[in-house]
Design a protein around this ligand. Structure first.
Ligand SMILES: Cc1cc2nc3c(=O)[nH]c(=O)nc-3n(C[C@H](O)[C@H](O)[C@H](O)COP(=O)(O)OP(=O)(O)OC[C@H]3O[C@@H](n4cnc5c(N)ncnc54)[C@H](O)[C@@H]3O)c2cc1C
Length: 440
């Protein structure tokens, strides 16, 4: 049979059932499209989303990123009705335990204040005394810039004191993998079908009929629209489709570890959970677990080498390493001297899908019908719900003939009423002038 004459199996194929793909499938299915959500794993959320710390915060360098994170946080806060989930479905939970951003040059208080005042985000400014009063056992010394932990300078006395900006409505999603399942279930209720344990191995353009997507199961899917939501594997998927030549922003996988340690005495106030902490003064972040332990990750301090992945993502070493464990946990221990450092690393290994400017690409491509939701740069789990809305808006406009490159689609936030110019996420943009790290 002539390939062009073959009937499409769906209106849209979404490759990847992480938070980005599951959310995109949900929003596309809600608009009446027949959607197929494909993932090579056994179910939704087993890629980088499952390793996510799930922190929801509002400190970004650029105002658009702050508005988007704030809007998305309200979707998480009302997840059951947002997804139309029944009372019997267990949902991932948004814990609003608050977050502190320790003073650091990359995020001056003047910038945070300007964003938060403008958008209406609650915050408190703490000086060093208040920081020590509010977080039991914390050392408010200033250590910036972060130093290698095996250097003598790391143990130098602090050269001043730091305070912090506290955002009480920040927090974390306690089960990022379950959140993906919740979005995939919502997509199914809206009519999408899911295809798990099915790796995409071939993508071919079929003239005007769209795309044929070959799976390792031997099955072939066909649709006019394909969305690459393959997270850190997204460069491999773009390469299969032969797209990306025009991109001004590249993406590259970066290996990461997050370590689990017991919280020091007093960190979690009686009956509640202590705040998440971002500490670029020392180069780590932490977020509490509902169980009372802490997850400790890194903020890519300049003094540490990064583990870029230049081979296949499937070959990344998924074992925790003593070296990274020592780095991250020792940094956290400098701030929280009561932190007991366990003898063996515990935690998870994950991979970021890092864009040149640590800002994602949510966009069309030069290949008709091929869209990308990639480059989430270690900081987009929090935006999972709204990313689906962005992609559905871009796809609807482009498929009805709109030139999104020349006149980017505009999205209006339901909480702030602010307009988000989706050209912010263009593949053709000049690199965004942000912190150049996971903080965005
Ligand atoms: C350690 C770590 C900590 C993080 N912490 C935070 C945080 O605190 N806050 C925050 O906002 N963000 C955080 N992030 C970032 C956030 O988790 C990611 O931005 C987000 O989860 C990316 O989702 P995704 O759907 O794009 O990718 P993924 O979840 O990786 O989904 C991609 C999916 O594509 C599938 N796939 C790939 N190739 C193929 C193929 N050929 N065929 C079929 N399926 C395929 C994979 O199996 C996978 O399920 C963190 C990330 C990591 C790794």
């Amino acid at each position: 049979m002539n390939a062009d004459a073959m009937a499409p199996t769906s209106d849209a194929i979404v490759i990847g059932a992480g938070i980005v793909g599951a959310s995109t499938a949900y929003q596309l299915a809600k608009t009446g499209r027949r959607v197929t959500l494909v993932d090579k794993a056994a179910g939704p959320g087993y890629g980088s989303s499952s390793a996510s710390s799930g922190v929801i915060r509002f400190e970004y360098t650029l105002p658009t990123s702050v508005i988007v994170a704030w809007e998305a946080s309200h979707m998480w806060a009302d997840l059951r009705s947002y997804l139309g989930a029944g009372e019997d479905e267990g949902l991932a939970r948004f814990h609003r335990n608050g977050k502190i951003m320790v003073d650091c040059p990359a995020f001056p208080r003047s910038v945070l204040r300007a964003h938060f005042d403008d958008i209406g985000i609650d915050y408190e400014e703490w000086d060093a005394d208040e920081l020590e009063r509010r977080i039991a056992g914390i050392d408010a010394g200033r250590f910036h810039p972060p130093k290698p932990i095996d250097s003598e300078a790391f143990w130098d006395e602090p050269d001043g004191r730091v305070g912090a900006v506290y955002t009480p409505q920040a927090g974390f999603i306690d089960d990022p993998r379950l959140a993906c399942e919740n979005f995939a279930n919502a997509a199914r209720r809206a009519g999408a079908r899911a295809c798990y344990r099915a790796a995409v191995t071939q993508i071919a353009r079929l003239g005007r009929s769209g795309w044929r997507v070959g799976l390792d199961t031997g099955q072939c899917l066909q649709a006019p629209v394909v969305v690459n939501a393959a997270g850190p594997w997204s460069p491999e998927v773009n390469a299969m489709a032969g797209v990306g030549a025009e991109f001004a922003i590249a993406t590259r996988p970066l290996r990461q570890e997050v370590h689990a340690v017991a919280a020091p005495p007093g960190f979690n106030p009686a009956g509640s959970i202590g705040p998440c902490v971002a500490d670029q003064d020392l180069g780590y972040y932490l977020r509490p677990e509902p169980s009372g332990s802490l997850l400790v990750g890194g903020t890519e301090p300049e003094c540490d080498a990064l583990e870029w992945v230049d081979g296949p993502v499937d070959l990344v070493n998924l074992n925790r390493t003593a070296e990274l464990f020592d780095k991250q946990v020792t940094r956290a221990g400098r701030r929280l001297p009561g932190l007991a450092i366990p003898p063996r690393p515990a935690g998870v290994v994950g991979v970021y899908d890092v864009a040149t400017d640590w800002t994602p690409i949510y966009d069309k491509t030069d290949a008709p019908g091929f869209f990308v939701a990639i480059g989430t740069s270690g900081n987009q789990f929090k935006n999972g719900p709204i990313i689906g809305e962005f992609m559905a808006a871009i796809i609807a406009a482009v498929e009805s003939g709109h030139d999104h490159d020349a006149a980017p689609v505009q999205y209006t936030g339901r909480v702030t009423g602010r307009t988000v110019d989706l050209g912010f996420y263009s593949r053709l943009r000049s690199p965004a002038p942000n912190s150049g790290t996971v903080s965005g």
